[in-house]
Design a protein around this ligand. Structure first.
Ligand SMILES: [Zn+2]
Length: 116
């Protein structure tokens, strides 16, 4: 079975480590390709540890686009859920404060209850 260069596509010796046509290292190209694969695990990592997801996304962006995409999407989903959660929390506080003001009660009296 003939082997072809992953970079220039020309036929090369099966045992060749470096392509005789373009000079690229064949082992390295193969290694990078094997390391970069779709893995939902990276998505979960990005989701639960968004900061690590962001750092890994920046590292893998060029060398491992698939992994970078997985971890990036995980971090993005986590960030969106977090922002929506904060938004709901803020709206809830305003609703409670508004209700308290209408009822004539002191808004500050309700503060400890919001922290639970
Ligand atoms: Zn080549």
């Amino acid at each position: 079975m003939a082997k072809y260069c992953t970079k220039c596509g020309k036929e090369i010796n099966e045992e060749a480590v470096i392509c005789v046509h373009c000079g690229c290292s064949l082992n390295e190209a193969k290694k990078v390709k094997e390391q970069d694969s779709d893995n939902i695990g990276w998505g979960f990592l990005g989701f639960f540890v968004p900061l690590a997801g962001l750092i890994l996304w920046l590292i893998w962006r060029d060398d491992a686009p698939k992994k970078a995409k997985n971890v990036g999407v995980g971090a993005l989903v986590s960030a969106i859920i977090y922002l929506v959660g904060v938004l709901i929390y803020v709206i809830l506080i305003f609703c409670v404060l508004g209700a308290a003001a209408t009822a004539g009660a002191s808004a500050f009296a309700l503060m400890p209850a919001l922290l639970i």
